[in-house]
Design a protein around this ligand. Structure first.
Ligand code: GTP
Ligand code: NA
Ligand code: MG
Length: 290
C-alpha cells in the first residue's frame, strides 16, 4: 500500500482519568517540570500539549482535566488521540470520571493503556484496581487477558519507563504515518486571547506541514500564520505532522475541536470564513424564529 511508504509520525497520547488521580503529575515527571504546582487550585482546566523525546522517538502528550465539569474537553482529547492513557489512583480506584474517560476512548475507537498511579502510597491497593478493571471488562495481562496495565508512581517515577515502552509498543502496532507533503490539516486543541500576543491557538498538525506565512481556516475563522511556537517555547518556521504548536495569526477565536484547513491565499481564506459566518447567522436566525 502507498501509505506504507510514508514517514512515521509521533503518536498522540491523551492522558485521561478522574480528578486528582495524577495526570498532570505524570506529565510533569516526563517533562521534569512542575506544572501541577503552578495550576490554580491544582486543577487542570484546559488541554495542554507537550512533546516528550524518548530514545525511540517523540511522543505528543495531551493533558486533560479530570473534574466532572469538563466532559467536552475529555471527549475532544479522546477524539484526537492515537492512544489513551487512563490514569487510576491506586488509593482511590475506578471513579465516575474514570468510567467516563473509558467511555470516551471506546467511543473514539482509541486503544487504552491503564496506568495505576500512586503506588508509592502505603494505602495503594493495586490488586483492588485490577479487580475493578475486570468488572469493567478489562482483563489485565497479569490475569491472562490483553488489557495493558502498568502500576506507576508519577511522584517517584517508578515504572514510568515501562509505561513509555508500552505507549511506544502500541504506537508501533498502530503503524502511524502521515504525509508531510500533503495538504496541511490539523485540529484546534485550545484557543485563548492573550493580552500581549492576541489570539493564541494550540494546533495539532495531523497531515502535511504548516509554515509561517500560510493561510488557514478553522470553522468560520481565518488567519495567516505570523509565528509558531513549539512546546519548549522555541519559535519554529515549520510544523510537520504530529507536532502541537502555538499559532499566532488567527483573526478571531476559533473553537477548540475545530478542524484546521490550509488555504492558498487571503482571498480564499476570507471567502470560506465569510461564507460560513453567513451560514451560521442564517442558522441562528432560523432557530430564533422557531
Ligand atoms: P486534575 O487535572 O485536576 O484532574 O488532576 P490530575 O489528575 O492532573 O492530578 P494532579 O497531577 O494534579 O495530582 C493530584 C495530587 O496527587 C497532587 O497533590 C499530586 O502531588 C498527587 N500525586 C500525583 N501522582 C502521585 C503519585 O504517584 N504519588 C503520590 N503520593 N501522589 C501523587
Ligand atoms: Na489535580
Ligand atoms: Mg491535571
Amino acid at each position: 500500500e502507498a501509505r506504507a511508504a510514508l514517514p512515521k509520525r509521533p503518536p498522540v497520547v491523551t492522558i485521561m482519568g478522574h480528578v486528582d488521580h495524577g495526570k498532570t503529575t505524570l506529565l510533569d515527571y516526563l517533562r521534569h517540570s512542575r506544572i501541577a504546582e503552578r495550576e490554580a487550585g491544582g486543577i487542570t482546566q484546559h488541554v495542554g500539549a507537550f512533546t516528550v523525546e524518548t530514545p525511540q522517538g517523540k511522543i505528543v502528550f495531551i493533558d486533560t482535566p479530570g473534574h466532572e465539569a469538563f466532559t467536552t474537553i475529555r471527549e475532544r482529547g479522546a477524539r484526537v488521540a492515537d492512544i489513551a492513557v487512563i490514569v487510576i489512583a491506586a488509593d482511590d480506584g475506578i471513579m465516575p470520571q474514570t468510567k467516563e474517560a473509558i467511555a470516551h476512548a471506546k467511543a473514539a475507537g482509541v486503544p487504552m493503556i491503564f496506568a495505576i498511579n500512586k503506588i508509592d502510597l502505603p494505602r495503594a491497593d493495586v490488586d483492588k484496581v485490577m479487580q475493578d478493571l475486570m468488572k469493567e471488562g478489562f482483563v489485565p495481562e497479569a490475569y491472562g487477558g490483553d488489557a495493558i496495565v502498568v502500576p506507576i508512581s508519577a511522584k517517584t517515577g517508578e515504572n514510568v519507563d515501562e509505561l513509555l515502552d508500552m505507549i511506544l509498543l502500541v504506537a508501533e502496532m498502530e503503524d502511524l504515518r502521515a504525509d508531510p507533503e500533503a495538504e496541511p490539516r490539523g485540529v484546534i486543541l485550545e484557543s485563548k486571547r492573550d493580552k500581549q500576543a492576541g489570539v493564541l491557538v494550540t494546533l495539532l498538525v495531523q497531515e502535511g506541514t504548516f509554515r509561517v506565512g500560510d493561510y488557514l481556516v478553522a470553522g468560520d475563522v481565518w488567519g495567516k500564520i505570523r509565528a509558531m511556537i513549539d512546546p519548549d517555547g522555541k519559535q519554529v518556521k515549520e510544523a510537520p505532522p504530529g507536532t502541537a504548536v502555538q499559532v499566532l495569526g488567527f483573526r478571531d477565536l476559533p473553537e477548540a475541536g475545530t478542524a484546521v484547513e490550509w488555504v492558498p491565499d487571503e482571498v480564499a481564506a476570507k471567502h470560506i470564513a465569510e461564507e460560513r459566518q453567513e451560514e451560521r447567522k442564517a442558522r441562528e436566525q432560523e432557530e430564533a424564529e422557531r
